[in-house]
Write a protein that binds this ligand. Sequence first.
Ligand code: NAP
Length: 273
Amino acid sequence: MNTQSTPSRVLVTGATSGLGRGVAILLARRGWRVAVTGRRRDALEETARQARAAGGEPLLLPGSVADMDEVRGHYALIKAAWGGLDWAVLNAGVSESMHSKDFSAELVRWTFDVNVLGVCRWIEVVLPDMLAQGSGVIAGISSLAAFRGLPRSGPYSASKAALNTLLESVRVDLRGTGVEIVTVCPGFVRSEMTDRNEPGSMPFLMETAAGAAAIVAGIDARRRVVHFPWPLSYPMKYLAPAVPDFLYDLAASRLAHMRRKKPGRMAPGAGKC
Ligand SMILES: NC(=O)c1ccc[n+]([C@@H]2O[C@H](COP(=O)([O-])OP(=O)(O)OC[C@H]3O[C@@H](n4cnc5c(N)ncnc54)[C@H](OP(=O)(O)O)[C@@H]3O)[C@@H](O)[C@H]2O)c1
């Protein structure tokens, strides 16, 4: 049976690529039981293959965090297999560029449905058992983009800001229950998401494995808010919010000329969101 000192049953949502896959492989290497979700079945199989090669026992849960029935079904499978979870790494996320001249409420809705409600659905499902067992960690993967409204990133920045605030409230509410909340705010990490950004527009870009390692180290340490890499995260978390709005507008509009995003992958599963 699992105890708090030997957490070994982990869920990673959005593990078909990037940071989610990196975290799943890293924890599989520890010999932990890792359940992985994502919509692309082939990519999920590839994550499972790598997790097995790393020595883990992956549980494959193909599907979307935007579908409550699927989320309930996935957790029922986890419960049947392992009895519950020790960590839930709620990583699934989408990012689509939007210039506000082309404002799309639908794009905002879709982004929130995955980045915010996708986390909420999983919290609702895993929390009762974690509270009953008196232990567990829920880590939500947010972003440094949460700390100010980045240009051409309204839906994404707003979704991550909402996620940060939500997780903060949950963390305070759950104080003393044994269930811990970790908010993770990465900077730029190489992934399918950032592959669409213009090269050279991502200061302090980290490799995927390094980003995944930083996430796991932060969760291991039970830091309330994990942010990295420090040369970008300290200014974004502590300085940027204090910058006067007129100065921020000047700096951010300059940044907008550097950052251009190619169209992304709304298509696979976007209809399901
Ligand atoms: N890379 C960065 O620089 C960076 C920086 C800050 C924060 N983040 C955050 O880190 C997380 C991972 O992003 P990444 O950079 O690793 O990008 P990525 O390679 O594009 O990975 C995104 C993952 O989310 C999954 N996903 C998307 N929509 C989903 C849905 N409806 N249901 C289930 N899974 C879904 C994708 O799987 P399917 O498409 O197969 O469903 C994929 O596995 C995101 O929350 C992102 O916002 C990334």
